[in-house]
Design a binder for this molecule. Structure first.
Ligand code: GSH
Length: 205
């Protein structure tokens, strides 16, 4: 059985949504990031990088949302959560997932989760950086109606994690980000996403 190590509302929600969308048999293990549980010896034995998500499989542990989501999609092809792995379209989806993880996530994370919180010029610069990344997603990378085009893929759950954070932080202005707002509403309306939110004990935003 698959076991997902996650923290409520954190980026592992993307992998969690993929598991729910796939109908994959899985269990959840909650890691309290604020309490530092990601740095206990027990958890570091699972993911030495000390971060969530981690997915325990029969063959070993996988980390990184983009990898876990692709694994789940490939292991459950009938769920149709990704293009054929041998296709260019699959790599195109992974281009977006890679950018989300390496560019948007750090930009939003710096603005929202820096400890101590950013202030003054540093906060202004982080805000400008984060909004600029959201602009790139809204105007260039997001295809529509789903993130990569006509079909829902695991990338949609991943985008929604960051637009969810952004909406909660008051960053997802309706006029500036119409595609991303419409998309977040559509993703959150999906039964699988509702199940993932309920399992993590977090609200639709
Ligand atoms: N690129 C990684 C990022 C993982 C990551 O940074 N996870 C955060 C939660 S969103 C975490 O566990 N941080 C641990 C910490 O803050 O110490 C992925 O997408 O899986």
């Amino acid at each position: 059985m698959l076991k997902l190590y996650y923290s409520p509302g954190a980026c592992a929600l993307a992998s969690h949504i993929a598991l729910e969308e796939a109908g994959a048999d899985h269990e959840l293990a909650k890691i309290d990031l604020k309490a530092g549980e990601q740095r206990t010896p027990e958890y570091l034995a699972i993911n030495p990088a000390g971060a969530t998500p981690a997915l325990q499989t029969d063959e070993g542990v996988l980390t990184e949302n983009a990898v876990i989501m692709a694994y789940v999609a490939q292991a459950h092809p009938r769920a149709g959560l990704a293009p054929d792995p041998s296709s260019f379209a699959f790599s195109k989806m992974q281009s977006l997932n890679g950018w989300l993880g390496s560019s948007l996530h750090p930009a939003l994370g710096r603005l929202m989760f820096s400890r101590p919180p950013l202030e003054g010029e540093a906060k202004d610069a982080a805000l400008e950086m984060a909004l600029g990344k959201l602009d790139v997603l809204e105007n260039h990378l997001f295809v529509g109606p789903w993130a990569t085009g006509g079909a829902y893929t695991v990338a949609d759950g991943y985008v929604s994690v960051f637009t969810r954070w952004s909406r909660q932080a008051g960053l997802l202005d309706a006029a500036r980000y119409p595609n991303l707002n419409r998309h977040l509403d559509a993703v959150q309306a999906r039964p699988a996403v509702q199940r993932a939110l309920a399992a993590e004990g977090i609200p639709t935003v």
